[in-house]
Design a protein around this ligand. Structure first.
Ligand code: ACO
Length: 326
């Protein structure tokens, strides 16, 4: 499998740390030194499905594949205001795709999970062209009266078109049960048979625990995938890591003893957009000409569950009609 098109879309509304400090007990210096985040984009006028559609349309356009040639649409999404229909069903028709569609929730690792599933579909001949759209609005899960999580998360969408080819070398996916370290619990309708009325619990995160789990598991995944492909950290030209916290990514970089230039970031501008963070970064780098034909790229992410994923691929250059402005 290889990637032949990319796209991304972000909300218009830019929210600075100072804007948050005007109603939360926090500060620009706390947020930037602890996380690396300076601004984030939050949904205000747009809807998540509009962002997903824009990212998907850009990915389709750059791939040269028509919507009706897509054999499967996979959306990576943790939650949005619709429980049903799925986000993929909502955007399928307007995009002009005529194929099966499904959503998956792999938390912030969802994009790598979706790539792995697409790879299996393509290898087994079940599909040739697959559109993957990671669209997330985690800002809608946070408690905006508390500073703990609301300063970290943000909204956005990234998409890729994949097809048969020799790009992806390997995937590692892991799962483990650590429900208490990161969860958002939605209340559903009560029935006459319910004993207790459940309340929605906005995102709860044990930050230090997540930090340690993230560093430990990403290093384990990266070491394993490099070793089993007879590669070292130096063989990778670009590391596209989940954009949650620059200190997590810096710990991985220090472990690998690789230069900062190989670890591009955009969390400073966009915050943590969950599973959309890697495809947004990928799209920006590819459109800017920084991801070049033949480069070895390593993807690695972690997310609530706890789930993790990593992959190695050789990048194939994509021709874009227009260069991205950012
Ligand atoms: N502003 C100001 N102070 C704050 C804030 C805030 N927004 N949030 C917490 N604090 C305070 C705490 O109350 C604490 O105060 P105390 O010392 O008086 O008790 C102090 O800052 C330090 O808190 P720590 O939790 O020790 O801070 P830490 O250095 O661990 O940083 C952070 C917290 C940024 C959350 C860090 O633990 C982290 O990044 N964890 C990983 C989070 C993450 O990656 N989440 C997303 C993963 S999930 C995903 O992407 C799927």
């Amino acid at each position: 499998m290889k990637i032949i098109g990319t796209g991304s879309a972000l909300p218009e509304k830019v929210v600075t740390n100072d804007m948050l400090a005007s109603f939360l007990e926090t500060s620009d210096s706390w947020i930037t030194t602890r996380t690396g985040i300076h601004t984030r984009r939050l949904l205000s006028k747009e809807t998540l499905s509009e962002l997903a559609m824009t990212a998907a349309s850009l990915a389709l356009e750059s791939s040269g594949i028509a919507p009706e040639e897509i054999d499967y649409l996979i959306c990576s999404n943790v939650a949005n205001s619709y429980v049903t229909p799925s986000l993929s069903s909502i955007i399928l028709g307007p995009l002009g795709c005529k194929c099966p569609c499904t959503d998956l929730n792999g938390a912030c690792t969802g994009f790598i999970y979706a790539l792995d599933i697409a790879d299996a579909f393509i290898k087994t001949g079940r599909a040739k062209n697959i559109l993957i759209v990671a669209a997330e609005e985690p800002s809608r899960f946070c408690n905006w009266h508390e500073r703990e999580t609301s300063v970290l998360f943000a909204d956005g969408a990234g998409a890729v078109v994949v097809t048969e080819g020799e790009g992806f070398k390997d995937f590692i996916l892991t799962g483990d049960t650590h429900t208490d370290v990161l969860y958002y619990k939605r209340s559903l309708e009560t029935t006459p048979f319910d004993r207790v009325e459940e309340k929605t619990v906005p995102l709860v995160m044990q930050g230090r625990e997540v930090f340690k789990l993230a560093v430990r598991s990403c290093i384990r995944d990266v070491d394993t995938i490099l070793e089993r492909n007879n590669m070292t950290g130096s063989d990778i030209d670009m590391y596209l890591l989940h954009q949650a916290n620059f200190r997590i990514n810096d710990s991985i970089r220090e472990h690998l003893e690789q230069p900062k230039e190989k670890f591009p970031t955009n969390m400073q501008k966009y915050g943590n957009t969950s599973s959309a963070s890697i495809p947004i970064l990928m799209d920006e780098l590819s459109r800017a000409g920084e991801l070049k034909d033949g480069m070895n790229v390593l993807l690695s992410a972690f997310g609530g569950g706890f789930v993790t994923g990593a992959s190695i691929l050789k990048w194939s250059g994509i021709e874009y009609k227009e260069k991205s402005e950012e």
